[in-house]
Ligand binder design. Structure first.
Ligand SMILES: Cc1cc2nc3c(=O)[nH]c(=O)nc-3n(C[C@H](O)[C@H](O)[C@H](O)COP(=O)(O)OP(=O)(O)OC[C@H]3O[C@@H](n4cnc5c(N)ncnc54)[C@H](O)[C@@H]3O)c2cc1C
Length: 385
């Protein structure tokens, strides 16, 4: 490509995980878009490491609204998006131990949580989860209507849509330099330089680093490691019908995964952006919680992995143009919810990039531009100096 920048683009998207792929798919029919990914294949980082849960009762208020707004897309995708279903129904259950019983009222304080969950007594909980040690849970809260997401199918669907609209993905294109020159961002990678008046920062754990490269103020986004392991269910039990099971205080969770059980210690270890690897301590904590809840010993950890969930200080995603830097767009801070919210976030982000009206679902679900904006009060107050 030589030293001159490729100027054939209206938008450069940095990062081809779920965030980049979803916004790029919505942008490509309206703009010339290139998506730059540092890895050889998209989906190597957070997107390829999730627990694949869709639950409208998981996460903070804005996240829950975004998840509800994503529901129709995931359960009834547009024709041609995927040959296979994007979701498989699986209820979510929050376990309540005797020590946690006094926390239930506070948990159910948000009206949407109260109306969309049902309380099960100890007997009904045990029937649903025969894995539990007798008397482990005094009751539980069940949300019906959640699901396992086929993350790969969603991600591939967005990438395919992008490609069909003549979008271009460039792999092994780690962005090393971003400069604002004469009304364009010049983005430098080992695969060449790309210029466009708009850059979309969908770099996941690296989003603040991308801002720093562009001379844009960081937002104080914090990557936090989360670990997951796969173990056998006790031999006499078939885990497949079990719900996604989350400790009321989210100290751990487990769910069936292809005949095995995925267990996470729900760790949140702050760390710099990196190729996160599981720590033995967190693996041991996961095993310990599962053994405590089930009363049976884990013979072997079959697989272990970790990934980074990246949060803004108020734990809501950041979507919008930077208030100070022209053409610099944030799509970051999806935390532990970037898969289940991607359909809504991708479409919202594309409308904002194109300076169009927000899609109708925003008003229906009460999602405002300001709630997601990078200069919202709950973020600005928290940015480290
Ligand atoms: C253990 C675990 C469980 C989770 N469970 C769930 C769940 O059940 N449900 C849910 O909805 N979410 C879940 N999540 C969260 C979800 O995985 C993330 O929110 C989502 O994947 C974020 O997508 P992303 O595209 O922003 O990030 P990523 O997938 O990390 O993509 C960012 C991309 O940017 C690229 N990049 C970075 N810097 C550069 C650069 N300089 N140049 C070029 N490219 C660059 C990276 O290589 C990467 O591919 C979980 C996460 C973890 C770790």
């Amino acid at each position: 490509m030589g030293t001159s920048a490729n100027t054939a683009f209206d938008v450069v998207v940095i990062g081809a995980g779920m965030a980049g792929a979803s916004v790029a798919a919505h942008l490509a029919p309206h703009a010339r878009v290139v998506m730059l990914e540092q890895e050889e294949a998209p989906g190597y980082h957070a997107t390829g490491r999730s627990a694949a849960l869709f639950s409208e009762v998981y996460g903070g208020e804005i996240v829950r609204r975004l998840s509800r707004a994503s529901r129709d897309f995931l359960f009834d995708p547009p024709t041609g998006f995927s040959e296979t279903p994007l979701v498989t129904p699986r209820d979510t259950v929050f376990l309540v131990t005797a020590e946690q019983d006094h926390l239930v009222d506070a948990f159910l304080a948000p009206a949407d949580l109260a109306v969309s969950t049902e309380i099960l007594d100890a007997t009904a909980t045990a029937r649903l989860l025969p894995i539990l040690k007798p008397r482990y849970a005094v009751r539980s809260l069940i949300h019906r209507g959640s699901a396992d997401i086929d993350v790969d199918a969603v991600h591939r669907g967005f990438l395919r849509r992008f490609a069909r609209a003549a979008g271009r993905v460039v792999g092994r294109a780690a962005v090393t330099r971003i400069e604002w020159v004469g009304g364009s961002w010049i983005v430098t990678t080992p695969q060449g330089r790309f210029a466009a008046p708009i850059v979309v920062n969908a770099a996941g754990a690296w989003a603040d680093e991308i801002a720093a490269q562009a001379g844009v103020s960081r937002l104080g986004l914090q990557p936090m490691r989360r670990t997951a392991i796969l173990v056998d269910a006790p031999r006499s039990l078939d885990p497949r019908p079990w719900p996604m099971t989350i400790d009321l205080e989210e100290r751990f969770y487990f769910k069936p995964d292809a005949g095995l059980v995925l267990v996470s210690p729900a760790d949140e270890t702050p760390m710099p952006p990196c190729d996160a690897q599981p720590d033995e301590y967190d693996v041991a904590v996961a095993v310990d919680y599962f053994e405590q809840a089930s009363g049976s010993a884990v013979a072997q950890v079959k697989r272990r992995w970790a990934g980074l969930r990246t949060f803004a200080a108020d734990r809501s995603p950041v979507v919008g143009f930077d208030a100070q830097a022209a053409g610099f767009f944030w799509l970051a801070g999806q935390g532990g919810y970037g898969i289940q919210t991607a359909p809504a976030l991708g479409e919202l982000a594309a409308a904002l990039v194109l300076q169009q009206a927000l899609p109708d679902f925003a008003a229906v679900f009460g999602i405002t531009r300001q709630a997601l904006a990078p200069d919202r009060a709950s973020l600005v107050a928290e940015i480290p100096t």
